[in-house]
Design a binder for this molecule. Structure first.
Ligand SMILES: [Zn+2]
Length: 243
């Protein structure tokens, strides 16, 4: 059984070498490492070089980290040919960063994604409709709405538009996330951990994508090995990586 963790903040994971070894042993065949700001993008790039064909870099500009926008965008553009995707990017309207600044940064990242034909990994908390509309308007072809737990009417439009949704270990207990997972067709579903995010007090690592697998398999009433096969194929398709 092969699994892919399609969203992890590896630069924040303690004992990374050990954690990646353990993930590999448990069947995690690849990890998409996402960046959030200038510092984390540099780290993500270095980590992916250290674990070639295992860690795939996504460079991003997170709505929580908009203090050095110009430098971050410059770095991303300079290294864009080497990255697998753009992310984590998006909007978060419960966060203190001014909305206009978030919209401006996100629009810029969507423009880069289009220009360089890269998939985007999207954070859309409390701005689900706005984020979706911006992605659609920008003409993005490949998009993942990460840990989507928003309204189901927006979700249906996300699916109709041909986009993907990724599930986290919150599938074990979050009712909003569970409702979403039940609604998403298997061929649009990806698995992730958002490591090292804590779920019910426990910090996650990439091998916890197995927890996501188990919880999602139960919700979808599908065999774990079949779910692993389909979601791994989905990741390989959208991110154009060979597993
Ligand atoms: Zn994240």
């Amino acid at each position: 059984m092969k699994l892919i963790d399609c969203h992890a903040h590896l630069e924040e994971v303690p004992n990374l070498d050990q954690e990646l070894k353990s993930a590999k042993e448990k069947g995690v065949a690849a990890i998409i490492a996402v960046g959030s700001d200038l510092y984390s993008n540099i780290s993500v790039q270095q980590i992916s070089e250290h674990y070639p064909n295992y860690v795939y870099p996504a460079l991003g500009l997170h709505p929580w980290d908009l203090d050095r926008i110009d430098e971050t965008i410059q770095f991303i553009e300079k290294n864009i040919e080497r990255c697998t995707a753009l992310g984590e990017v998006g909007l978060d309207f419960k966060y203190q960063t001014p909305k206009e600044l978030q919209v401006k940064a996100f629009a810029h990242m969507l423009e880069l994604a289009n220009r360089y034909d890269k998939p985007v990994i999207i954070h859309s908390r409390w701005a689900w409709r706005e984020a979706f509309e911006m992605v659609k308007k920008a003409g993005a072809k490949r998009a993942v709405f990460h840990w989507y737990s928003g309204p189901l009417d927006v979700l249906r439009e996300i699916i109709a538009q041909g986009f993907y949704v990724s599930a986290t270990p919150a599938a074990e207990f979050s009712e909003a996330h569970q409702l979403v997972i039940k609604e998403v067709p298997l061929e649009r579903l990806l698995l992730e951990t958002d490591s090292p995010v804590k779920y019910r007090g426990i910090a996650s690592t990439p091998s916890h994508v197995l927890k996501t697998l188990k919880a999602v398999a139960q919700l979808k009433k599908v065999d774990e090995s079949r779910l692993a096969e389909i979601t791994t194929k989905n990741v390989a398709n959208i991110f154009e990586i060979k597993i």
